[in-house]
Structures are given as structure tokens and as C-alpha cells.
Design a protein around this ligand. Structure first.
Ligand SMILES: C[S@@+](CC[C@H](N)C(=O)[O-])C[C@H]1O[C@@H](n2cnc3c(N)ncnc32)[C@H](O)[C@@H]1O
Length: 314
């Protein structure tokens, strides 16, 4: 079988199984099986595939037909222009989560605390937290964007933290990210609680100086009873701890907002990704607390209220 025939066969099988974006999926899986890029594939259509590679490619196609997401098959996903390792232990980073980055960086920029406006040089150390870090996409991308930031990345899942650590190392920011296995921000708030699984133990002096400039989170926000409506790729393959936020899907926000309120410094910024129908509920939590000011909601490209940002009032 040559490259052209393999691609054609892969696309045909995926199309017959009604897999969305079947052309792209077949290309990505062939690139992965061959260890080549798209340009090479299209410039060598008559190159023959050795039997082992052909078998590997067709096995990947079969797994995609059975519902496994392409990203778990290739082991990678791009986020914020960076390549992240992904495994079934972590949520696949989504494009809409890049809005969290945009809003966080815009808020820091407005305040002139991202860089010195006059010289462009980094300012004094920023303290940032990413709650429910998963693959580490937000923590790592923020650490790359903010060379003067010290980042605390929490997750309840030890296997997810392993992947996040690897992604931090891959992008050269592991020395500025503390990974904590804990419930939301509790490992950060309570200096006396043991930090389970924290490979790079965080010194107590660092942990209890709990004044954060920025806290971001894309929490699990899907309601349990919405599981049946999810795509099978999501429901059957992505980690349920990353998807489901409780009975209604919004319970986690109240706890997260309460904890963040106690950890942000005056005018510290909280940026939260929202579920497709949670904006009203989450906004009401902020409106009920005088501790918050400058509250704004940003739409995603589909026009869904996707990101809420607020500042801790002075
Ligand atoms: C929606 S995923 C987001 C992952 C990543 N930040 C992203 O945007 O792709 C939510 C993450 O929160 C973690 N998580 C769920 N409940 C948690 C809790 N109570 N405390 C800390 N992390 C939690 C999950 O393990 C998962 O990695």
C-alpha cells in the first residue's frame, strides 16, 4: 500500500463511521504512524508503507472509528501555540480555554503589571495559581508568557499532575511551577496541610504567603445528568473528574470563588471559564459578594458567555 492509498482508505473508513473532520483525522493519524509532517505526506504519495506502519495506521483508524479522540491516539494537542502531551488522564485542551489566557493577559496588561510599560522589562515577581490544571495548559502557557511569574498549579488527580509536570519540563518552565495535589486551592490556603504528591515540595514560607496576583481556572462544570448528551468521544474517553462539577455543574464555582477571595491580594484578578449555561449563576455569586469589583463576562467565538473575570476589591 502506498501513502495515497493508505490515506484514501483511512478517510473512507472514518467517513463511513461518520467521524467528524474525517480528512484531518486520517492525515493526523498517518502523520503520527509515519513520524512525518503533512508536507512530506503530500509530496510522497507513491512512497510505499512498510507492513508494520500500514498495520499501525489501520489500527489507529480502527480506534478512532471506535470513538477514541485523535489527540489521545497521537498523544498531543496544541494550546496557545505550544504543543502539549495529552493522555486519557487529562482533558484535551480546548480552543475556548484560550479565552481564559486572553482575558488574564489583557487584565494584567491593562494594569501594567505584565511588563514595565516604559522598558518592556519584566516587573517584580507575580504570583499566579491555576486551579484544576489537567495537562497544565494554562499554567504552562502563563509561565511562558510571564517570565517573572511563580505559578501554583493544583489538581485533585495525581496522574494529571504527572502529565502537567512533563509539559512544564517540555516548555522549560518546570522550575517556576509548583504542582500541588489538593482540592481546589486548599493545598495553597492551608500551610499546615500536607501537600500530597507534591514532588517539588513547596516550602512553608512560600505556601503561606498567600497573596496572589492572578488565579485562573477551567473547573469541571458539566452537570452529571448531562452525561448522556455528551459526544461519546468526551463521555467515554475523557476523565470524569475533569468533566463533571456535581449535580448541577455549578456547585464547584461557589467554593472556588470563596477560596480565591481569601487568597487574592487587593485588586488581584480571578478569571474563570464558564459552562455554556452557567454565566448567570456564576455572575450572581460575584454580585452577592461586595469583595468583588470590575466583573465582566467575555463571549467565545460561538457567542457563548465563556469567561468571567473579576477583581478583588481593595
Ligand atoms: C475541565 S478540566 C481543565 C483542565 C485544564 N485546566 C484545561 O483547561 O484543559 C478540570 C480539571 O480540574 C481537576 N479537578 C476536578 N475537581 C477538582 C478539585 N476539587 N480540586 C482540584 N482539581 C480538580 C480535574 O482533575 C481536571 O484536571
Amino acid at each position: 500500500m502506498d501513502i495515497r492509498a493508505a490515506l484514501k482508505e483511512g478517510m473512507a473508513q472514518l467517513r463511513a463511521a461518520q467521524i467528524p473532520a474525517h480528512t484531518l483525522a486520517a492525515e493526523l493519524l498517518l502523520m503520527h504512524a509515519l513520524g512525518r509532517d503533512r508536507a512530506w505526506i503530500y509530496s510522497h504519495p507513491e512512497e510505499s508503507l512498510d507492513p508494520a506502519t500500514a498495520e499501525k495506521f489501520l489500527a489507529l483508524i480502527a480506534r478512532r472509528v471506535a470513538g477514541e479522540p485523535v489527540q489521545y491516539l497521537t498523544g498531543k494537542q496544541e494550546f496557545w501555540g505550544l504543543e502539549f502531551e495529552v493522555t486519557p488522564a487529562v482533558l484535551i485542551p480546548r480552543p475556548e480555554t484560550e479565552h481564559v489566557m486572553e482575558v488574564a493577559l489583557a487584565r494584567l496588561g491593562e494594569r501594567g503589571i505584565k511588563i514595565h510599560m516604559d522598558t518592556g522589562a519584566p516587573r517584580e515577581k507575580l504570583r499566579v495559581a491555576d486551579v484544576g490544571t489537567g495537562s497544565g495548559c494554562l499554567a504552562v502557557a502563563l509561565a511562558c508568557e510571564l517570565p517573572h511569574a511563580e505559578v501554583f498549579a493544583t489538581d485533585i488527580s495525581a496522574p494529571a499532575l504527572e502529565i502537567a509536570r512533563r509539559n512544564a519540563a517540555r516548555h522549560g518552565v518546570a522550575d517556576r511551577i509548583h504542582f500541588l495535589q489538593c482540592d481546589l486551592l486548599t493545598g495553597v490556603t492551608n500551610a499546615d496541610s500536607p501537600i500530597v504528591g507534591a514532588r517539588h515540595a513547596v516550602p512553608a514560607s512560600t505556601r503561606d504567603a498567600s497573596q496572589f496576583d492572578l488565579i485562573v481556572s477551567n473547573p469541571p462544570y458539566i452537570a452529571r445528568n448531562e452525561a448522556a448528551q455528551l459526544q461519546r468521544e468526551v463521555r467515554d474517553h475523557e476523565p470524569h473528574t475533569a468533566l463533571f462539577g456535581g449535580t448541577t455543574g455549578v456547585e464547584i464555582y461557589q467554593r472556588l470563588i470563596d477560596q480565591a477571595r481569601g487568597l487574592l491580594r487587593d485588586r488581584g484578578i480571578l478569571v474563570l471559564e464558564l459552562g455554556y449555561d452557567s454565566a448567570e449563576h456564576v455572575r450572581a455569586i460575584f454580585d452577592a459578594q461586595p469583595a468583588w469589583t470590575n466583573i465582566a463576562i467575555t463571549m467565545d467565538l460561538a457567542g457563548i458567555p465563556r469567561v468571567l473575570a473579576a477583581e478583588r476589591a481593595r
